[in-house]
Design a protein around this ligand. Structure first.
Ligand code: ADP
Ligand code: MG
Length: 213
């Protein structure tokens, strides 16, 4: 069972739609502990990605991811633009030339993307950032791969773990990004970037798992 290029395109379209639908919620989360622009940042970025996807719809998955990442870097701004941009550019490096992905390819792409986020943002788990959502998702993917799970099983396990990671940011005190300016007062709020990362992994499970062939 593999993930096709068309399924990847569908995932990105679905993510753009989910960001658009949850724009106000992301804005509210970022108003609580940041400057209230995370919904607008991500929506601007994903709408720009939507306009760019037709230009790479017949290219390989690596090209689709690289174009996505470059669009996010150039349009999102804020802390999250370079971070999500790096995530996708690194996913693109690992999947260059591929028209479909095995579960092992998908895990390798997510690992490269995660490593890119950490290298760029220097956040550790527990710092109350998107890393706290992405890391448990990646760990779940690796253990699912190692036990020989199917693509849908692995993606669903990753989505569940990512959700738990997102929820676990609530009590944390922020040590990176704007929320860290609040110090102890950042505790009690869910991190906006962890929330947009959960949407990313949740939509992957919903679209890629159902279209895996
Ligand atoms: P800004 O903070 O510049 O306004 P956004 O509001 O778009 O940018 O994004 C804020 C999110 O970015 C945070 O909720 C957090 O998840 C993420 N973030 C901020 N700094 C870092 C970092 N150094 N490493 C990882 N994620 C970070
Ligand atoms: Mg912000």
């Amino acid at each position: 069972m593999t993930i096709s290029r068309d399924a990847v395109l569908k995932w990105l379209e679905t993510y753009a739609a989910v960001i658009n639908e949850n724009f106000a919620y992301l804005t509210q989360l970022d108003s609580d502990i940041g400057d209230g622009d995370h919904g607008a940042n991500m929506n601007r970025g994903m709408q720009a990605v939507l306009t760019a996807l037709p230009g790479v719809a017949d290219k390989d998955i690596g090209a689709v991811f690289k174009t996505t990442g470059m669009k996010l870097v150039s349009t999102v701004g804020g802390a999250s633009g370079p971070l999500y941009g790096t995530l996708f550019i690194q996913m693109g490096n690992v999947t260059a030339g591929k028209m479909e992905l095995t579960l092992a390819d998908w895990v390798a792409a997510m690992e490269a993307g995660y490593d890119g986020v950490v290298m760029r943002g220097k956040a550790a788990p527990g710092d109350k950032t998107m890393v706290d959502a992405l890391k448990p998702g990646l760990d779940a993917l690796k253990s699912e791969r190692d036990r020989g799970a199917s693509v849908p099983e692995a993606l669903n396990a990753a989505a569940d773990a990512t959700k738990r990671g997102m929820e676990a940011t609530i009590p944390l005190v922020a040590r990176k990004g704007r929320a860290s300016y609040l110090g102890e007062r950042s505790a009690g709020y869910q991190d906006p970037g962890a929330t947009s990362s959960w949407y990313l992994i949740k939509t992957a499970a919903e679209t890629l798992a159902s279209q895996a062939q």
